[in-house]
Ligand binder design. Structure first.
Ligand SMILES: [Zn+2]
Length: 66
C-alpha cells in the first residue's frame, strides 16, 4: 500500500495514544475521547492514517461520553 498523499512506499505503523476533544469552548466541558491506534505514518511527507474504533466513533458521532 502506498501513501495516499504522496504515493511513497516509505510508511510504517507506530503505537500511539490520542486524546480527541470536542471543538470550541463547549468541548472543554466534555471528557476527552482516548484512542490507542496503530497509525500508519508516511515517513516522507508525514501523512498519517488510523481508524477510530467503533465504540469511540459512536461517542464522537453522538457527542455523549461512554
Ligand atoms: Zn506521503
Amino acid at each position: 500500500m502506498s501513501c495516499k498523499s504522496c504515493q511513497s512506499q516509505h510508511q510504517r505503523n507506530f503505537g500511539a495514544e490520542i486524546a480527541i476533544h470536542f471543538p470550541g469552548l463547549k468541548g472543554l466541558e466534555k471528557p476527552l475521547v482516548w484512542l490507542f491506534p496503530k497509525p500508519l505514518v508516511c515517513l516522507d511527507c508525514g501523512f498519517t492514517e488510523f481508524t477510530v474504533p467503533e465504540e469511540e466513533l459512536r461517542v464522537l458521532a453522538q457527542g455523549t461520553p461512554l
